[in-house]
Design a protein around this ligand. Structure first.
Ligand code: 5GP
Length: 176
């Protein structure tokens, strides 16, 4: 039988401080403008909820849901939208909010699709970034933490729909 063990990588106090810093930077960068935050479901919902409450420019919100074909914990390369935006984004300042960048395939796809809709600006804010795992070049404009390879859960991130509720970001370890 396999027991799954979690180990804290970022405790909630550290997360809270860093999300506050990101929100401050975003507020300064978008001073005098109105933002549309586009959250990628489901993983980004907690990060986005904390981020938006620290941003002090007017924000609207919308969500997309994306699916990648293949197994649940890794991208296969083929991404599609399963729930699209409800808001037209032409002429708007759009900030995509993502939980984690791994291969870069999901965000490269979404950025390409949204750019075709001609927003005034389009940037990406990712809570976590596993830079060394990229299969396609992709840099986010705002990153919470850069982390090494390893599977993380908590603060909205799941493993088979479990662990999203954990307030800390944890690494999963399989113990045989
Ligand atoms: P990418 O297209 O960049 O490879 O994949 C990004 C998506 O893969 C994330 O939105 C997330 O759903 C999933 N993912 C990648 N690494 C992890 C991880 O360490 N933990 C969790 N929970 N999901 C991950």
């Amino acid at each position: 039988m396999t027991e799954i063990k979690t180990e804290i990588l970022f405790p909630k106090e550290v997360i809270s401080r860093r999300v506050g810093e990101l929100a401050g930077r975003i507020s300064r960068d978008y001073d005098g403008r109105e933002l549309l935050l586009v959250g990628i479901l489901k993983g980004a919902f907690i990060f986005m909820a904390d981020l938006i409450r620290g941003i002090n420019v007017p924000c609207r919100v919308d969500f997309v849901r994306l699916a990648s074909y293949g197994c649940s914990s890794q991208s296969s390369g083929k991404v599609r939208i399963t729930k699209d935006l409800e808001t037209p984004i032409a002429g708007r300042d759009v900030l995509i909010v993502e939980d984690i960048i791994d291969t870069g395939l999901t965000l490269s796809y979404l950025v390409k699709v949204l750019r075709e809709r001609e927003p005034a600006s389009l940037r990406v804010c990712a809570f976590l970034d596993k830079k060394e795992r990229r299969q396609v070049p992709f840099d986010a404009d705002y990153v919470g933490f850069t982390i090494p390879d390893g599977f993380v859960v908590g603060y909205g991130l799941d493993f088979n729909e479990n662990f999203r509720f954990l307030p800390d970001v944890c690494v999963l370890h399989d113990i045989a």
